[in-house]
Write a protein that binds this ligand. Structure first.
Ligand SMILES: [Fe+2]
Ligand SMILES: [Fe+2]
Length: 175
């Protein structure tokens, strides 16, 4: 079992998630989890994909300032992220089907890099991740700049892990 905390604590996540911000990753993971629960979708895949959805970002500074418009023109972070997320999950020992589903959700969480709109072509799960991201977006990419302490991030992920992987009652079924 690969938990959200396992994913978050890996050095690859540490390195690449900083760029788009921990705050954004955690809040989108929480929203995607809630949407998946409401809609009876796979909560684990939704939360993992949402946590990793922006892991493909690279840095885009001009004169020490983030140039959002320039970045958007050349951006392929969903493609890079899908590959990065898949590699990371496989390294952590993730089930291959889960790793592929997560990777596809990351790939399709935006269509800004595609020559066509995805619209209703996303699966319900892919749609939940896209929606969670959209709900947490702010103008000029401000959602990437909000701060969150690492300790707080881990605490919130542990809370999600407890709901996704409930510890079975050791006394259940015993007489
Ligand atoms: Fe994104
Ligand atoms: Fe995002």
């Amino acid at each position: 079992m690969v938990t959200l905390e396992n994913i978050f604590s890996h050095w690859i996540t540490e390195k690449y998630l900083q760029r788009s911000g921990i705050y954004h990753a955690i809040t989108v993971a929480e929203t995607a989890f809630s949407l998946a629960r409401e809609r009876d979708l796979n909560e684990e895949i939704a939360a993992k994909a949402a946590l990793l959805h922006d892991i493909g970002h690279y840095e885009w500074y001009t004169d020490g300032k983030w140039n959002y418009d320039e970045y958007r023109k050349h951006d392929i972070h969903a493609i890079k992220g899908a590959e990065r997320a898949h590699k990371l999950l496989i390294r952590l020992g993730e089930d291959r089907e889960t790793a592929k589903e997560v990777s596809l959700c990351v790939l399709l969480h935006t269509d800004s890099y595609l020559p066509f709109a995805l619209g209703s072509q996303r699966s319900p799960l892919q749609n939940a991740v896209w929606e969670a991201d959209t709900l947490n977006e702010e103008e000029q990419g401000r959602h990437h700049y909000r701060n969150m302490e690492r300790k707080e991030a881990v605490r919130r992920l542990q809370k999600l892990d407890e709901q996704i992987f409930p510890v079975e009652n050791p006394h259940a079924g015993s007489v």
